[in-house]
Write a protein that binds this ligand. Structure first.
Ligand SMILES: [Zn+2]
Length: 407
C-alpha cells in the first residue's frame, strides 16, 4: 500500500490517495495528518494530480528522435503522401537502429507523462514485417512502464503494394492490436477495395480499426461516410477511429453538422494533432455532436515534419490554441482530448482518478486544469501503478532502464 497526501484533484479539492496493488483503493478528503508522512506516505503538497496522458497516435518506427537531425525535405508540388513516403524510405536507410530510436521516443513520452499509447507501425511489401517484429519486442520490454497498442499500418497502400494484405493479416497474428489504413481514394484509388481489406481483416481477427485519412473536402467526407457505414454494419461502434480526417476541417458547416451526427451515431472517433497550418477537424463542434475526439503527437522528428515533443499536455495546448479555445471550459475540453477522451477512443480499462482505477498519474504544479493547459509545466512527476517512473521529463534510475536497454 502507498499513500499520497494533499493531492489536488481536478475539482479543486485536496485529497489523500491510497494505492493498493497498483490501483486507487481509497480517495478521501485530505486529513492533514503528519503521522501518515512518518509511515512512508508521499506528500504531494497541493500538486494537481491528473490521470496519465493518452498518446493516441504516434509512429515508434519512423522517428529520428535522439538520432541525427534530418533536415525536412519539402514536397515538390504541394503535400503528397506518396512523395513523403519516398523521403521517409531514404531517411530510414541512414537511421540509427530502429529499436534504439523507438526506445528514445518511448522514454520521451513516458517522461512527459503518457502511460498509454497507440503506435502505427509500417507494413508494406518492401519492409515486410521487420518494423512490426522490432516494435513488438520493444513493447514487451517496456510493458511495466507503458501500455502500447500497435496498429498494422499499410504505409505504402494496400492494393498498390501487392502482398500487403497478407502481411497485415500476419502482423495481426503476430501481436498487432489494430488494423490500419491509408487514404483509400488518393493512395490506392479504390475506396471499396481498400476498405474491403481493412474491415475484412478487422472482422477476421476481431481487431479495431484506425485509418489515416488525409484526403480533404468531399472526397475525404465520402470516405468517412463509407467508414461509418461499415462500422455500423459490422457493429464495431467504439472500435473504429479515423486519424487526421482533414476533410472535416474544410467542408461547409451544414456538411459538418451531418458528419458529426453520423460519426457519433456510428461510434467512429476522430484523432487530430492540430497539424501546422492545415485545416483540421473542428474539435468543439464534433465534441458537441457527441463524437469522441482524441489526440496524438503523430510524427516526432521524422520525415514528415521536424516538430513534436512527446508531451500530450503541450499537444492539448496546441489543440486549444489552434481551435481558438479561451474559456476555462474550452481549455478543459482540450485537456479532455489528451486524457479521458483518448482513453475512451483506445478502449482503456481503469482510466482516471477514482477508486478502482489504475494509479497511473501525473503530479504537477498548476492551479487547475485550464492553467495546466496554457502553462504546460515541464516539472512533473509520473507514477505508474503508484510507483514513480519519471521526473521532470526523465525516466528515473529506479526503473532500471539500463537493464531494459541491454536486455
Ligand atoms: Zn500518423
Amino acid at each position: 500500500m502507498q499513500q499520497f497526501l494533499n493531492a489536488k484533484l481536478a475539482d479543486g479539492s485536496l485529497a489523500d490517495l491510497t494505492v493498493t496493488d497498483g490501483r486507487f483503493s481509497a480517495i478521501a478528503p485530505a486529513a492533514n495528518n503528519p503521522a501518515s508522512l512518518g509511515a512512508g506516505a508521499i506528500d504531494l503538497a497541493g500538486q494537481l494530480v491528473l490521470p496519465a496522458f493518452v498518446e493516441g497516435h504516434i509512429h515508434l518506427d519512423t522517428s529520428f528522435y535522439g538520432d541525427a537531425w534530418r533536415p525536412h525535405i519539402p514536397c515538390t508540388n504541394g503535400f503528397d503522401v506518396r512523395e513523403r513516403v519516398a523521403f521517409q524510405m531514404q531517411n530510414l536507410e541512414q537511421a540509427a537502429p530502429m529499436e534504439e530510436r523507438a526506445r528514445n521516443q518511448l522514454e520521451l513520452c513516458i517522461g512527459n507523462g503518457s502511460l498509454a499509447m497507440r503506435s502505427h507501425v509500417m507494413v508494406d511489401a518492401a519492409v515486410g514485417l521487420k518494423h512490426v517484429e522490432t516494435i513488438l519486442a520493444v513493447r514487451e520490454k517496456y510493458r511495466d512502464l507503458i501500455d502500447i497498442q500497435l496498429v498494422a499500418f499499410p504505409q505504402s497502400g494496400i492494393l498498390s503494394s501487392p502482398g500487403t494484405a497478407e502481411l497485415l493479416d500476419e502482423a495481426l497474428r503476430l501481436g498487432c492490436d489494430l488494423i490500419g489504413g491509408l487514404d483509400p481514394a488518393s493512395f490506392d484509388r479504390d475506396v471499396k477495395g481498400h476498405l474491403d481489406v481493412v474491415f475484412g481483416l478487422a472482422e477476421k481477427r476481431g481487431a479495431p480499426v484506425d485509418i489515416h485519412l488525409h484526403d480533404g473536402g468531399t472526397l475525404g467526407l465520402f470516405e468517412i461516410e463509407e467508414i461509418c457505414a461499415r462500422t455500423k454494419a459490422l457493429g464495431m461502434g467504439g472500435k473504429v477511429a479515423v486519424s487526421h480526417a482533414y476533410a472535416l476541417g474544410d467542408i461547409s458547416a451544414e456538411a459538418l453538422a451531418k458528419a458529426g451526427e453520423m460519426l457519433a451515431a456510428s461510434g467512429v472517433s476522430i484523432m487530430t494533432n492540430a497539424p501546422g497550418n492545415h485545416p483540421f477537424p473542428p474539435v468543439a463542434a464534433l465534441r458537441k455532436a457527441g463524437v469522441t475526439v482524441f489526440a496524438g503527437s503523430d510524427n516526432i522528428r521524422d520525415s514528415w515534419w521536424p516538430y513534436g515533443d512527446g508531451d500530450m499536455l503541450n499537444r492539448a495546448k496546441m489543440i486549444g490554441y489552434r481551435s481558438g479555445f479561451y474559456e476555462d471550459s474550452e481549455l478543459e475540453a482540450a485537456y479532455d482530448v489528451v486524457s479521458h477522451a483518448g482513453a475512451r477512443a483506445l478502449g482503456l480499462e481503469g482510466y482516471g482518478i477514482a477508486v478502482g482505477t489504475k494509479a497511473d498519474f501525473v503530479a504537477l504544479r498548476a492551479e487547475h486544469v485550464p492553467e495546466a493547459v496554457v502553462a504546460v509545466p515541464k516539472e512533473r512527476t509520473v507514477y505508474r501503478a503508484g510507483r514513480e517512473v519519471a521526473r521532470n521529463g526523465e525516466v528515473v534510475d529506479s526503473v532500471g532502464l539500463t537493464g531494459l536497454r541491454s536486455a
